[in-house]
Design a protein around this ligand. Structure first.
Ligand SMILES: C[S@@+](CC[C@H](N)C(=O)[O-])C[C@H]1O[C@@H](n2cnc3c(N)ncnc32)[C@H](O)[C@@H]1O
Length: 275
């Protein structure tokens, strides 16, 4: 397969970095003013994540590093990895400007185990819009397995593949399955302005190439790498407004279908442990 998807997707991500850094959702000023502040995403994770104190952690596809910094504030020694140069630069300079220590590495996901030490991390953390950028979930699982130390843990909370398969909001409120649930070689190609945070910025690079991966495919890819699945929880909310027009915001800042949310698994948390 051509690597073209990386060029296209990176242009899209690079351009969105300043708008995300300026947005209320990524809350950089709250990280700056309150040394104990952690992201909504990591706060949601805490009951399943437990203590990360003293762990050597790597955050794959870390974007501008707000969840990475949150895990560092909870006591882990964190490295964040992302293929977007501007995202990594922003994360590095922000963390340095507030006097905290998190390492950030610029790398494609599939190269991460070539640029980072292998079997050296107690925690691989990822998700919330990460897997959809990768064409092959088996290669992702190989990277996870190479990074994990013996007994180390993968923690992923991700948009549910059933959610990714749905059509946009319809006037009748029905949820209609319109896009692939299973991984397919062909990407879904989108051309959409805007982004998932509120911004007035008009973007130029709006094409993306994305893939879905079924829950069974994700679990099987990890099992095939010798990992043991230790938890799989499906949630009735997601941290972004995935179906605009159909969702309401909850007190914990998650988004959920306003009408009969029990119809749909919105996101899931999957945990697995290396032998
Ligand atoms: C929605 S963010 C997920 C991060 C986190 N949930 C957040 O919101 O801060 C997706 C990230 O994946 C990165 N990404 C996309 N494709 C990638 C690839 N092939 N290798 C490494 N990073 C990639 C993008 O640059 C972006 O920062």
């Amino acid at each position: 397969m051509s690597d073209d998807y990386r060029t296209v997707n990176r242009a899209n991500w690079d351009e969105r970095v300043p708008a995300h850094a300026a947005s209320a959702d990524y809350a950089l000023d709250r990280f700056r003013s309150d040394p104990e502040f952690i992201s909504d995403v990591v706060r949601f994770d805490l009951p399943l994540l437990g203590s990360v104190e003293g762990l050597r952690g790597v955050h794959l596809q870390c974007h501008i590093g707000t969840d990475t910094l949150s895990l560092s504030r909870l006591g882990a020694t964190m490295t964040g990895v992302d293929f977007s140069g501007p995202a990594v630069e922003l994360a590095r300079s922000f963390v340095a400007s507030i006097g905290e220590r998190v390492e950030f590495v610029e790398s494609d996901l599939y190269d991460a185990a070539s640029v980072l030490p292998n079997h050296a991390f107690d925690l691989v953390f990822t998700g919330i819009g990460a897997l959809c950028w990768l064409p092959d979930v088996r290669r992702w699982a190989e990277v996870v397995a190479r990074l994990l130390a013996p007994g180390g843990r993968l923690f992923i909370r991700e948009g549910h593949p059933m959610l990714w398969a749905l059509a946009d909001a319809r006037p009748d409120g029905l949820l209609v399955v319109d896009y692939p649930y299973f991984e397919r070689e062909e990407p879904m190609v989108w051309d959409e302005g805007g982004t998932y945070v509120e911004t007035d910025v008009e973007f130029e690079h709006n094409v993306t190439h994305e893939w879905n991966h079924g829950l069974g495919e994700i679990v099987t890819a990890l099992l095939d790498q010798g990992l043991s699945i230790t938890g799989l929880v499906e949630h009735d909310s997601a941290p972004w407004e995935a179906l605009p027009g159909l969702m309401e915001r909850l007190p914990n800042r998650e988004w959920r279908l306003a009408d009969r949310p029990w119809r749909l698994p919105h996101s899931y948390t999957l945990q697995a442990v290396a032998p």
